[in-house]
Design a protein. Structure first.
Length: 326
């Protein structure tokens, strides 16, 4: 009921009467009053005026199931939200839920991760109350070799959502890091359960640094946050909902096209590696080249010094700038 009351208050231009809430939700005035009091205790500024009803004045920056669900404008992305104040890893929880049969589009969100996962076994710093830690569960009808494109779709979704919510345009470091001022503010980790020719499920984990002001010494020159990049008063639940909205749109078009046509041009515009010298780090083989952009399968095209164009696949290959992370 908390979600429904928040949705009604948020969508109203003025006051919503208690009777209107009762009629809509088929509950008593006492039940409505109790939820309003709970919301006030959580930091929502709700004005109650006799004869008029309730008015939502301001919303705190909270991550909760009700707050996220009340903001979602999607058909299936985030259709079911599992919120945990503290969790080991949203990806780990998402894989457990996927094995139990939860539906396509289920979203796992945490307030804090004790063992957040990054690529290649790295730890993703997940301090409480400062970032977005979420994982989307998908059951795509695609071939396993197409799965890396889902990571690229999510990267574009996050980048566009950040621009919409903050007004600041981030960059994308191939294939899936979101950067501002040359520093990483978002990482994406995709994992899947698959057979040779079909996918059981895919989980896409997203970690966005929102309010962090400091980072461990080893990350100080590589990591940043939306606050440090100049974004003002970002509501994390609003950003979560916008990411889901963008991803749903792009995913449905991806299903029709079978490639990244829907974001290809936009992604290349935001690609910080594009038209720059890069160092390609393959296991046992490294070389320098000029990054051209991605193709419609999400692979990076790099022109070597001899003029030959290489197609770089995401996975065990890393791409770095000549003089640093980007």
């Amino acid at each position: 009921m908390k979600k429904e009351i928040l949705s009604m208050l948020r969508s109203a231009e003025g006051y919503v009467s208690g009777q209107q809430l009762c009629n809509q939700l088929k509950v008593s005035r006492t039940a409505v009053w109790k939820v309003i009091e709970q919301l006030k205790a959580e930091g929502y500024d709700i004005e109650a005026v006799h004869g008029k009803g309730y008015h939502l004045v301001s919303v705190p920056d909270v991550i909760s199931q009700a707050e996220i669900e009340s903001r979602l404008q999607t058909k299936w992305a985030g259709c079911s939200v599992f919120y945990c104040p503290v969790i080991d890893s949203t990806n780990v929880k998402a894989k457990r839920l996927a094995e139990e049969g939860v539906s396509h589009g289920t979203l796992v969100v945490a307030g804090h991760q004790s063992a957040g996962k990054g690529r290649r076994g790295r730890v993703w710093e997940s301090p409480e109350g400062t970032g977005i830690y979420m994982t989307l569960i998908l059951r795509p009808g695609i071939k396993p070799e197409q799965a890396p494109m889902l990571t690229v779709l999510m990267a574009q979704s996050v980048a566009d959502a950040i621009q919409t919510v903050t007004g600041i345009t981030p960059g994308i470091k191939w294939p899936n890091d979101i950067v501002m001022d040359g520093r990483k503010i978002c990482g994406i980790l995709t994992e899947m359960s698959t057979e040779m020719t079909w996918i059981h499920y895919v989980v896409i984990g997203v970690g966005i640094n929102v309010h962090q002001q400091t980072f461990p010494e080893e990350l100080e020159d590589k990591a940043s946050s939306l606050d440090l990049a100049g974004a003002q008063s970002v509501k994390r639940a609003e950003l979560v909902a916008e990411v889901m909205k963008r991803f749903e749109i792009y995913y449905e078009q991806f299903e029709k096209e079978g490639d990244l046509s829907v974001i290809w041009e936009r992604y290349n515009e935001m690609l910080v590696n594009r038209d720059r010298e890069v160092r390609v780090l393959e296991p046992g083989h490294e070389y320098t080249g000029h990054a051209i952009g991605i193709d419609k399968n999400g692979e990076l095209l790099v022109r070597r010094e001899n003029g030959q164009v290489e197609t770089i696949y995401a996975g065990e290959v890393s791409v770095r700038g000549i003089y640093g992370y980007v």
